[in-house]
Design a binder for this molecule. Sequence first.
Ligand code: GLN
Length: 258
Amino acid sequence: LTCCAWYLKEGGKIIMELKILWMYHDLMDLYGDKGNIETLRYRASKRSINVVVDTCTLQEERNIEDYDIFFLGGGADKEQTLIYKDLLARKESILKAKENGTAFLLICGGYQLFGQYYLDQDGQKIDGLGIYDYYTESSDRDHRCIGNIVVKANIHDKEVTVVGFENHGGQTKAVSNPFGKVLVGHGNTYKGEYEGYMDAQTIATYMHGPLLPKNPAIADEVILRGLNHRYVVEQLEPLQDTLENAAHDAMLKRLNVK
Ligand code: GLN
């Protein structure tokens, strides 16, 4: 048997736990980003994985390195301004989590804040964590990136289409390793070619909507990465995903993506 979620490499059924940290749940939650948490919870529970979701807001103490998944949603400039100092104060704990193999899912405003900086529309510079080289500068009003978006991403050598919605003024540049190639929409820059950032631990994207309910392949990738923080899991047991795929495919059809 090559591994599925229930088996460690040695074989044998175990009950696994997935600890998710939902950062700034009360401030960074645009266009249904909280649906990502519900999807992770639902899909992990379907595999009999015990899910723990802890929230964390300003000044609340949390050891980020104790979590399997770190989730940070998007926010308007106002919310980003409100949280960035608190986020920067947690840099050490975030770096520790990175070192220990925590999986990161970052949406839009959250994605931007892991880079060097975000320069907002009023010319105010919001420092990022500087964990990645990319930086974001606001466009003029005519070049705001708004609308439905489809990207093609590569997950374990498999091409998947990812559907979502974007609404950002920020143009993210110097992205070494994008999440996907834009098929419809803008992505990192106005009418850009690439979208988001991805490495072995982090998926960072402009896609709201929320991202995960309509993109089960990405949801499972995040769960798999999270589980591998503490266990050795090669593959998750497949779910039926009739509704999820129908929602995904309806967007592709609407946007004329073959
Ligand atoms: N305020 C940022 C921008 O406009 C992020 C917006 C968002 O999270 N949707 O670029």
